[in-house]
Structure formats: C-alpha cells, structure tokens
Design a protein around this ligand. Structure first.
Ligand code: 6MZ
Length: 336
C-alpha cells in the first residue's frame, strides 16, 4: 500500500478539532459565505507558513462565525465537518466548540444544534463533544461553565469534556473554574504553552488536565525551561500535537524544527491532530503524512500511535474496546 493511501485508509482518531475552524471552503460556500470571503479564507490558508502570525489566524475564525449565526447553520456546519472527517476514515472524533450567542440563538440553542447534528449522523463514526471556554471572554467564564454543566447533565453520552482555548494573548487560566468542571465529571483538556507564558503553564501543569493542546513552549530547546519541562515529565499528560497549525501560526519555526521531536525522542504520549483543518488547509491524513516526512514515523509507528490514542480519548470503556477492535481488525486485514 502506498504511504499516502495508508494515511487515508487507516481508521483514525481526532482529538483536537475546533468546529468553526474545521469548515472547508466548500462547506462555507454551502453555508452562504460570499466568494470574496471564501477567497480571503483560501488566500490566507495558502500563504507561506512564515507569513502568518497567531493573531492573523484568529481573524479567520470570523469568516466561519459569520456563516454560523443561527441554529440551522450551526447544525449544518456540524454535519459537514463530521462528514469531512468521516470521508477520510476518522473513526472517532472529539469535536470542540465555543457556545456562541447570536441575535436569534442562545448559547443553549447553539449547543443543542451541534448535538442534534451529532445525534442525526448516520455515518460509521463515533462523535463526542467538548465545550470550549474562550479565554478572551474572561468575564463570562463562570456563566459559560454553568451552562456547560447543565447541558452535560442533559447529554452525558455526548458532552464529555471542557476545553480552554481562544487567543492565548488574552485572559488567564483559572484552576478553580476547571476544578469545578472536573468535580462535575467533565474531562479537561487545556491549550497550554501555545505561546510563551511560563507562569500560566506552570499552573496548568500543576492542575494536571487530562490532555494538553499544543505544548509548544515546554521543552528548554523550544522556549521552555528546565523546571517546566521537569514538571511536564512528572505529569506525563498526553499532548494533542497540531503540526500544521503551529507552523502556520509561526509558533513552531518549521515542521522540521517542531517540538514534537522531543516527544518522539523521549517516548512521551502524544497524538496528531488538525486543530482547524479549514483554516490551515490540512486534514488528519496529511498530518500523519507530515509526521512520516519530517520525523520518520513509519506506518507501524502511526498505527501504534493511533492505538495508544484510544486510551487518551474521553470515550467510555465500551467505546474504547470498539475502537481497539477496529484498529486490530484493520491491521490484520492489511497485513502489516
Ligand atoms: C486557541 C483556538 C485555536 O469554537 O467557534 N481556537 N484557540 N488556539 C488555537 N490555535 C490556532 N484555534 C481555534 O472554533 C473556533 C474557535 O476555536 C478557538 C478560538 O476560540 C476560535 O474562535 P469554534 O467552533
């Protein structure tokens, strides 16, 4: 089997995908975005990685947000994103999104629309929802968490966790807030060290979330420091690694000089993810291909990484067994 085909056909697990950032240009078109907006979106997605900065990337989310302002469009957006992941053989998807209020839509309506699309999905893919707390929306964090807890009580099999995201130049991590979420049975994944912010990173690691996103400025060779790296090693928290996103945002210098190498070298837990595949013009199969190209991860390494990722998911034990079997059967069927 050709390597590209391997990456596409492998039953994959995606744990870090923001709903609105995952919308393809084609989906945005179907959701009513103008040609002008689409070309702005595509031009930026096609730019040389080094020409973009994290702040510029954040401007792009406005395009998708302008197309998902009511319950029907949020429903359709969720449906399209799930279908795109399914079409590249993602078997398990944890989709995350920030509940958003618009003129004719409450945050609860927003969540309900996403859940309706997840429940209506008739494809062979397991989808779970993580609700994001936007760090830029400091003043509303408590209120947002209350809503998330309430919705989780209503949909315990779909809403599995809470994510802390948003522009990392804004806001601060509040351990009390996430402890409250944890006490209510929610899993916690936090964007951590996407930019250099040692004080916050230390607090996040001491909190010991179930997973962290990005982890860019942790290792001393990548802008971290010895005590932070030691703290990380003590926790051994799985990393949601988003290669293209980090390179596109300029937080990693290049694919070759990406901090993932430290995880590989030290046999630390990680999984490859897309972050915002619409914004960054990628998909999970491509991310696997990049790990092969730049870090020599073989098909066997990538299969093993996927198998380990099963234990990092927020799925039930039963679902984890199903995923393990899917992967085992696929390996046997494809003789490798
Ligand atoms: C931090 C990010 C992000 O929630 O509207 N988001 N937060 N770092 C990143 N790295 C590039 N990429 C996306 O999806 C878009 C939202 O996800 C968060 C931002 O808050 C963005 O507005 P939803 O579905």
């Amino acid at each position: 089997m050709e390597f590209e085909q391997f990456c596409n056909l492998l039953p994959k697990i995606e744990l870090h995908a923001h709903l609105n950032g995952s919308l393809s240009a084609f989906s945005l078109q179907k959701l009513g975005c103008s040609n002008e907006q689409i070309s702005e979106y595509q031009q930026l997605a096609d730019l040389q990685a080094t020409e973009k900065t994290l702040n510029e990337c954040f401007k792009l989310f406005k395009v998708a947000h302008s197309a998902t302002k009511n319950q029907q469009s949020v429903y359709l957006a969720t449906k399209y994103v799930i279908e795109d992941f399914f079409n590249e053989n993602v078997a398990y998807l944890e989709l995350r999104t920030t509940p958003r209020e618009e003129q004719n839509m409450t945050k609860a309506d927003y969540i309900e629309s996403v859940i309706r699309a997840i429940k209506d999905c008739d494809k062979n893919i397991i989808v779970k929802l993580l609700l994001s707390i936007d760090r830029s929306d400091d003043l509303k964090c408590e209120e947002n968490l209350e809503l998330i807890i309430k919705m989780r009580q209503k949909y315990p099999n779909v809403i599995k966790g809470v994510d802390f995201s948003g522009n990392p130049y804004n806001g601060t991590f509040d351990p009390k807030l996430f402890q409250k979420a944890r006490n209510c049975g929610l899993f916690i994944t936090l964007h951590c060290a996407e930019i250099k912010n040692d004080e916050e990173v230390e607090e996040i690691l001491k909190f010991r979330p179930d997973r962290i996103g990005h982890g860019t400025f942790l290792h001393p060779n990548f802008g971290g420091n010895d005590s932070i790296w030691k703290l990380y090693l003590d926790t051994n928290i799985p990393l949601e690694c988003c290669l293209t996103s980090n390179v596109a945002c300029g937080t990693a210098k290049s694919y070759k000089q990406h901090h993932l190498q430290e995880w590989i070298k030290n046999s630390l837990p990680f999984t490859l993810c897309t972050d915002d595949k619409g914004v960054f013009g990628t998909n999970l199969s491509k991310e696997l291909g990049l790990a092969y190209q730049y870090f020599s991860l073989t098909p066997t390494n990538l299969w093993e990484m996927t198998q380990k990722t099963v234990s990092y998911t927020f799925a039930s034990d039963e679902e984890k067994k199903v995923l393990t079997k899917i992967l085992q059967d696929w390996k046997v069927k494809n003789h490798f």
